[in-house]
Design a protein around this ligand. Structure first.
Ligand code: ADP
Ligand code: MG
Length: 615
């Protein structure tokens, strides 16, 4: 009988485990910082070189390890955090699997230096691809320094999956920032290629939050706190004036651990039903605390998922606590909200919606009085010149830049309408139905046009032509807006700044992770360009490389087109309908809008006669 099965050597099993835990430099950093926090460190320094692809180092002032423990810590399933089965039920630490260090050491050149405060010297262990190369005494301050060089040097397949240094650096900074939010009582420093990205002293939650959601946004958050069924919920949440197009502004922590959980997310979105539009997401930092036995974190090696013992109770506690606050619409009252209980910093008063609205109209009216109507090169400065600081928004910018009195679809932009020749121009206009459909007649046919889909398609075509001609027409914004991003979004914006400029977007640094939108494609410059930019950055982050960007250009153009047209019913006058029809003739229709919906539909006289039983 032949023997087919062997037990794999540990260097190989560690590599396999690394496949789950170590995806990129940011995931190494997450594991190392979690270890530092578990070791009681109050000061954690993260350094990376080339986005962490060349080097990642985490230095802490935690309790350190003895030489014996340091050697043991590199063995698989070696942990100081649990001892017996039942400990799994009462986890109070972030780690417990005893897998991170051996996994990381198996796919990199790894140096662990550590010293207990009671020991006169430290221990340094050098590991290469999982093999211990050197163990020696070293002089160092109490604590632990772990240096990880050349991640995946021995796994070419994985190595290829890492992105550019800028992109990886963005992910690293996001991970450190997220962990910093989970522990405002610890100091964090993040250094990339000798540049200090941030240095955070111990502080309160709200101040920490401004790092991940942006300073301006953090002023528009409301403190929330509650307890139901033994589950306590506290943190900060946004009202309807501060939303995102994805879940990137949602930070949820269970017993101090950052998690992404469907139950939590669902409860949260349920609470926001009717408060924010569908397809929009709030900005939230929520800390959920419950007895460790009530939640299982041993679901996935990355520990980003959890399983609640009593799912419904957890769901109701989260939804109920949030609803209680949201029901009172705190954003409507001139708020005197103060920051978290532990903070002395007051949260800025949020003006009522109607007041902000009035201010916007007044501002828009003023501007249109000052500027010649057809020559809007706003803000007094030609492109490339320094621009005055933008006015401080009194609420998160929405519908600024003149959208208030936006009368018509965007294609009436400064270009002259085309000559009315072709099928659509030849149609006899009957009128508009429901302010959404244009009804026309052509001989024995009733032609119904979805004005929104048609406008979108026309806008798409114009954009595409401009793009093929080298550049999309850009317009400087009347009110340059600021956009607060995550570190990885900033990395994407920097990396693709050339491509974004060709699309008409000018984004300028505005301190930290805030950028200023100085110009946008003319088509959307009068709308709120910030949500569009967020969407585009999320799109291009997925593409990754410049080559992929050009492949996906059409989808970006269709996004801009989509944002450029007015949604919902909209009254058009005869001239506007004529112009739309003329532009439709210039458009290469595959009879669909960029979303694949049809643009027009024909009902023949015969069909009508059949409906009315005439034939
Ligand atoms: P886990 O965190 O799941 O226990 P790890 O492989 O991440 O597994 O770490 C193994 C052990 O090494 C830990 O249990 C801890 O005792 C020790 N250790 C790791 N990092 C540090 C650190 N920064 N300071 C002190 N001890 C550490
Ligand atoms: Mg660990």
């Amino acid at each position: 009988m032949s023997q087919r099965i062997t037990i794999l050597p540990e260097t190989l099993t560690n590599k396999i485990a690394a496949g789950e835990v170590v995806e990129r430099p940011a995931s190494v950093i997450k594991e190392l910082i979690e270890n530092s926090l578990d070791a009681g460190a109050t000061d954690i320094i993260v350094e990376i070189v080339a986005g962490g692809r060349r080097l990642v180092r985490v230095t802490d002032n935690g309790h350190g390890m003895s030489r014996e423990d340091a050697l043991l810590s590199l063995e698989r399933h070696a942990t100081s955090k649990i001892k017996v089965d039942s400990d799994l039920e009462h986890l109070l630490t972030l780690g417990f699997r005893g897998e991170a260090l051996p996994s990381i050491a198996s796919v990199s050149r790894f140096t662990l230096a550590t010293r207990e405060s009671t020991s006169p010297e430290g221990t340094e262990i050098v590991v290469e691809g999982g093999r211990v190369r050197d163990v020696k005494a070293c002089g160092m301050a109490p604590g632990t320094v772990i240096t990880v060089e050349q991640i995946f040097f021995n796994m070419p397949a994985r190595h290829k999956f890492m992105k550019s240094a800028e992109t990886e650096a963005g992910h690293v900074a996001d991970v450190v920032a997220r962990l910093a939010v989970s522990r405002p009582d610890r100091a964090f420093t993040c250094i990339s290629d000798d540049r200090e990205l941030f240095r955070l002293q111990r502080s309160d939650l709200l101040r920490r939050l401004s790092l991940v959601v942006g300073k301006e946004s953090s002023r528009h958050l409301f403190p929330v706190t509650g307890e139901r069924g033994g589950i306590s919920v506290h943190g900060f949440i946004s009202g309807p004036g501060l939303v995102r197009s994805g879940t990137q502004g949602i930070y949820t922590f269970i017993n101090g651990r950052f998690i992404r959980d469907k139950v939590v997310q669902h409860a949260l979105m349920q609470a926001y039903r009717g408060v924010i539009d569908r397809g929009r997401y709030p900005v939230v930092a929520l800390f959920i605390e419950l007895p460790p036995g009530e939640v299982d974190v041993n679901v996935h090696p990355t520990k980003h998922e959890v399983r609640f013992r009593q799912q419904a109770v957890a769901h109701d506690a989260i939804q109920g606590t949030l609803e209680e606050l949201l029901r009172d619409s705190p954003w409507l009252a001139p708020s005197t909200v103060t920051a978290s209980v532990t903070s002395a910093a007051p949260v800025a008063a949020v003006p009522s919606v109607s007041q902000a609205h009035k201010e916007r109209i007044a501002a828009a009216a003023q501007v249109s009085l000052q500027l010649p109507p057809r020559h809007q090169v706003p803000y007094g400065e030609p492109s490339g010149q320094p621009v005055a600081a933008p006015p401080k928004p009194t609420e998160p910018p929405a519908e600024r830049n003149g959208a208030v009195n936006d009368p018509a679809p965007p294609f009436v932009a400064e270009q002259p309408p085309p000559e009315p020749t072709g099928y659509f121009s030849s149609l006899a206009i009957i009128g508009q139905f429901h302010n959404e459909y244009i009804l026309c007649q052509s001989g024995g046919e009733l032609v119904i046009i979805d004005q929104h889909a048609a406008s979108e398609r026309v806008a798409f075509q114009i954009l595409k032509q401009q793009c093929q001609g080298g550049e999309v027409e850009s317009q400087r914004l009347l009110f340059p807006e600021t956009i607060e991003l995550t570190f990885s979004e900033v990395a994407v914006a920097e990396r693709f700044s050339g491509e974004l400029a060709a699309l008409g977007f000018e984004l300028e640094p505005f301190g930290g992770t805030t950028l200023m939108v100085a110009a946008a494609p003319r088509m959307v410059a009068r709308k709120a360009p910030v949500p569009l930019i967020r969407d585009i950055l999320a799109d291009i982050e997925r593409f990754g490389s410049s080559a992929a960007f050009s492949d996906a250009l059409e989808s970006v153009l269709s996004r801009i087109a989509c944002h450029s047209v007015i949604r919902g019913p909209h009254l058009l006058d005869h001239r506007q309908i004529r112009e739309l029809l003329a532009r439709m003739d210039q458009t290469d229709f595959a009879a669909s809008c960029p979303h694949g919906r049809p643009v027009s539909h024909v009902v023949t006289l015969v069909e009508l006669q059949k409906i009315f039983k005439r034939i």
